[in-house]
Design a protein around this ligand. Sequence first.
Ligand code: NDP
Length: 313
Amino acid sequence: MERIKCLIIGSGPAGYTAAIYAARADLKPVVYTGMEPGGQLTTTTEVDNFPGYPKGVDGPSMMVELQQQAERFGTEVRIGHVTEVNLSKEEGGIHTVVVDSTTTIEAETIIISTGASAKYLGIPSEQRLRGGGVSACAVCDGFFYKGQEVAIVGAGDTAAEEATYLANICTKVTMLVRRDEMRASKAMQHRVNNTENIEVLYNTEVDEVLGEQVVEGLRMVNNTTQEKTEIPITGLFIAIGHKPNTDIFKGHLDMDDAGYLITKGKSTKTNLPGVFASGDVQDKEYRQAVTAAGTGCMAALDAERYLGALGAH
Ligand code: NDP
């Protein structure tokens, strides 16, 4: 069976930064990309807040460059999804993971950087019309609604960013905010409010997505007056946050109520020796590309020190 010194699960900024550091420390890291190679940044447009890019950079390009940087030092990047883990509780123990439900490999250390995935409202009409006009990624799917009217649910930075993105493509964007204010940063709110074809409806939630095969409209409910109104739309974008991708670690690793992995103190150590966590999978607070990259670096250093203390490196 193949044995890897440093297995990195996930290919966002955390995973690739861990790979850069681990490769330079000669840990011969192997990255399994997961289902979304490059992670969440591949579904974003402009990244303007990552240090070192004075003119900004588009998310997918940045992830390609991060991958190339990791490969330059000898990281092996494999397309594959880890479907099962069997983690050792012993100091120096060997962990096993199953990839794509078929291949079992062993790892001396594991860095978990599996990130988080988009949440949905969970109402039947939304679920039925996923792929038929309901999407959680404006950047991926906005193009299909060029010149049409759409709506977006959510009030955080993602919703605000996606609303302005859609406003460039679509004739009108209706933004549904469930409270009487947005959570998004003041700068993003300012952008939304200054975009003519975005209408923000506060205290408003989705009652039902209308249409049989494809989205044809939206019935909304004002949660203070209970008044219901309908608008014609062809696309509905859901931007209400994310869920950490930790299902395969349940029962193995300590996590909080929302499923985020718990790390010890300022380190990236989980409750099991040789298993480290970095990026959004362990961070519901900051969730930035740069903080994910920072914790990826920390995880690689923690893994190197762990192996060093065992005399295994
Ligand atoms: P957030 O968790 O910040 O926001 C989620 C939003 O969805 C909240 O406004 C919430 O409402 C709303 N919401 C949640 N559930 C429902 C529901 N069932 N119905 C209606 N609305 C709902 O997630 P984001 O994805 O927006 O952002 C995640 C992190 O990423 C944040 O830290 C953000 O700052 C960061 N980010 C930064 C960007 C940048 O700097 N360029 C771009 C995008 C994200 P409520 O407010 O009432 O809880």
